[in-house]
Each structure stands twice: as C-alpha cells, then as structure tokens.
Design a protein around this ligand. Structure first.
Ligand SMILES: Nc1nc2c(ncn2[C@@H]2O[C@H](COP(=O)(O)OP(=O)(O)OP(=O)(O)O)[C@@H](O)[C@H]2O)c(=O)[nH]1
Ligand SMILES: [Mg+2]
Length: 328
C-alpha cells in the first residue's frame, strides 16, 4: 500500500538513503527525498519527519567537523576563476600536485596510500587567472567519503591523476566505475552539465611518475575517452605546468575579455572570465545595469576583430578581446 503516491524518484532516493555508508551521503539522500516527495496533505507528516532528520544530521556533521583539524570534510567553496578537483586512485600524486603547482604546500605527500583523509584547497596563478585546486581523499570503494563526490557538483573541472604503471588501465577503469556509481562522469567535453541525474564534468588526465617509467603503453580506452587531454609527466619535477593550465583553460570553454575606459589603457591584469558565447550586451550587464540601458555601441581591439572596430550589442565576444563601451 502506498497512500502517499510516492514517485519512483522518491523511492530510489529512499533506497539509496538506506544503503548509505556515511552521514554526508545520508544527508544527501534525505535532501533528495524531501525534494522528490509529492507535496500534499497526505505526506505532511513524512515531510516534517524528513526535515527533522535533516536538521539533526546537519548538526551531527557540523559537530564532527569542528573536532577535526587540518583540511575540510565539508564542502570547499569556489574561489578564483575556476575550481579544479584532483581525483584518482591511491598514491598517484594528488597531494604532490597541490604541493608543487599551487601556493599551498601543506598537503601531506606520503609514500603510503590513502594518507589524505580530508580535502585541502590550493591556489595557483597562471597568466592573469587564479585557479583553485582541491586535493581529495583517494578513490576506492568503501574508503572515499561522500563529501568528495559532492565536491564534484561544485567544481568546474576535474584532473584525474593516475600513476604510470602496468595497471594503468585498471586504475582508470576502477576510478571511472566508482565515480559513475556516484553519478559522476568525467568527460572530454568543454561544458559541465547534468543529464539523467549524472553530473558530466570536463576533465583532463595526468599520467604521473614518468621519471620511474618512461616506456608506458597508454591504454586505448584512455586515448579514446580523452583525446588531446592526456599529459604524461612527473609531478614531483613540477613538469608541463603550462600544458596543464592550457588544458584546464580549454576545458572551461571560457574566454578572457578586457575592458577599457575612453582615453585610458586597458586593464590587462583583471580580465572578465566569461562563457565563450557571451555577447557585447551580456558583458555590459555584468559591468553595470546602466551600461545596458544606455548602450550605444562598442569598439574592440584584438581577438580577430579590426583595431577599433565598431560592433553592436549582439556580437559574440572573442578570447583576448579588448572592449570599450560607448553610452548614450
Ligand atoms: N617518482 C615519482 N614519485 C612521485 C611523483 N609524484 C608523487 N610521487 C610519490 O608518490 C607517492 C604518493 O604521492 P602523494 O602525493 O601522497 O599521492 P596521493 O595521490 O595524494 O596519495 P594518497 O592521498 O595517500 O592516496 C609519494 O611517495 C610521492 O613521493 C613523481 O612525479 N615521481
Ligand atoms: Mg593525498
């Protein structure tokens, strides 16, 4: 009997809630149950019960977080232009990446696996952008805390770090399967999106420890899944920094646009970092609402336009363009 007419989505969330292994995962599914429960008189009691459980669980999680030292076991808010989550199996060099490529040198690099138990952010400056990375506990069934999977919902992109070893293909397949079981798919696309409950997140792959093994066979599955997004390197030697950041930049499908005031030099230090399909008028709205109301035309330099070319409000901007607005 099902008097409340519960939907399949609700029942699935409830099933996942019952199977959850840690409090973060329980909280996630309880919130899903509350979102999916049909809202009518017959479910009033159930809704109240869910709300009570959610608030109790939040308190438990918060009090546990306070007693932990060091990294985060909650979520890490985005700072800078992009947030990139570091992920992969144990001992592949994720913490080493944070140490050698960002200004945060506190993440513990260890020679034993599963040493990282919390999440730690680190910021890197590349050209005129600040890119935030998040070091995470490694991927393994039964080990990875649920908050790691939740962080994929916040991050813009992922870097999958594998180690150059005989079992490279296995490392990849296990990572892929575990992520997929938590509704996350690393994609070779340029746009993050959610479809059928699966979060598709743009990703690049680092195959680390090239100094130990330089004759590695790259499995066909990896080549097919991430064409042009595989980088073979030694993280400990801080190699290929530019190549990595260029891949991250491309994955974002965003562009940098510089604004200029009349008679002044453009501000090249602080670009607007906007989606690749941003039009002149959309950028105007980001600057000030007056710019939209009073827009007359704009002139642009660079980005494939003629110097000082006059353009209208619906023109799509291009990477590296400098723009000056003329108002009525
Ligand atoms: N030879 C070599 N060793 C590396 C490189 N990068 C990392 N390592 C070593 O690999 C081991 C694991 O590095 P970590 O950065 O702790 O790896 P992790 O992925 O964070 O591992 P856990 O969080 O403990 O699962 C350490 O002994 C590092 O010194 C590299 O480029 N070359
Ligand atoms: Mg680590």
């Amino acid at each position: 009997m099902c008097p409340a007419n519960l939907t399949p989505e609700y029942l699935l969330a409830e099933k996942n809630y019952k199977a959850a292994r840690d409090n973060e995962e329980r909280l996630y599914w309880l919130e899903e149950m509350l979102a999916k429960i049909p809202k009518h008189k017959g479910t009033d009691h159930m809704q109240a019960d869910l709300k009570r459980k959610i608030s109790q669980l939040k308190q438990t999680i918060e009090s546990k977080q306070k007693t932990r030292s060091g990294g985060h076991s909650g979520k890490i808010d985005k700072e800078g232009a992009l947030q990139v989550i570091l992920t992969g199996p144990a001992n592949t060099g994720k913490s080493a990446f944070l140490t050698f490529y960002t200004s945060n040198e506190t993440s513990a690099v260890t020679d034993y696996p599963f040493a990282t138990e919390t999440m730690t952010p680190g910021m890197a400056r590349w050209e005129n952008l600040n890119i935030q990375f998040v070091d995470t506990p490694s991927l393994k069934e039964g080990f990875t805390p649920f908050y790691v999977f939740n962080q994929f919902r916040i991050a813009d992109e992922a870097l999958l770090i594998l180690a150059a070893d005989e079992n490279l293909e296995e490392q990849y397949e296990l990572s892929k399967a575990l992520l997929l079981s938590k509704s996350i798919k690393l994609s070779a696309g340029n746009k993050k999106y959610e479809a059928d409950g699966i979060v598709n997140i743009p990703a690049a792959v680092l195959i680390n420890k090239a100094d130990l093994k330089n004759d590695i066979m790259i499995p066909g599955t990896l080549k097919n899944d991430f064409p042009g997004r595989l980088i073979f390197l030694s993280v400990m030697l801080a190699e290929k920094r530019d190549e990595i950041f260029k891949a991250i930049y491309t994955c974002s499908s965003r562009i940098r646009v510089y604004t200029k005031e009349q008679g002044k030099k453009p501000n090249m230090e602080h670009p607007f970092f906007v989606p690749g399909d941003t039009t002149v008028i959309r950028l105007a709205a980001m600057i000030h609402k007056d710019f939209v109301e009073k827009f007359k035309y704009a002139t642009v330099w660079g980005g494939g336009f003629y110097d000082a070319q006059r353009i209208g409000k619906d023109e799509v901007l291009k990477d590296g363009v400098i723009i000056e607005y003329y108002l009525k």
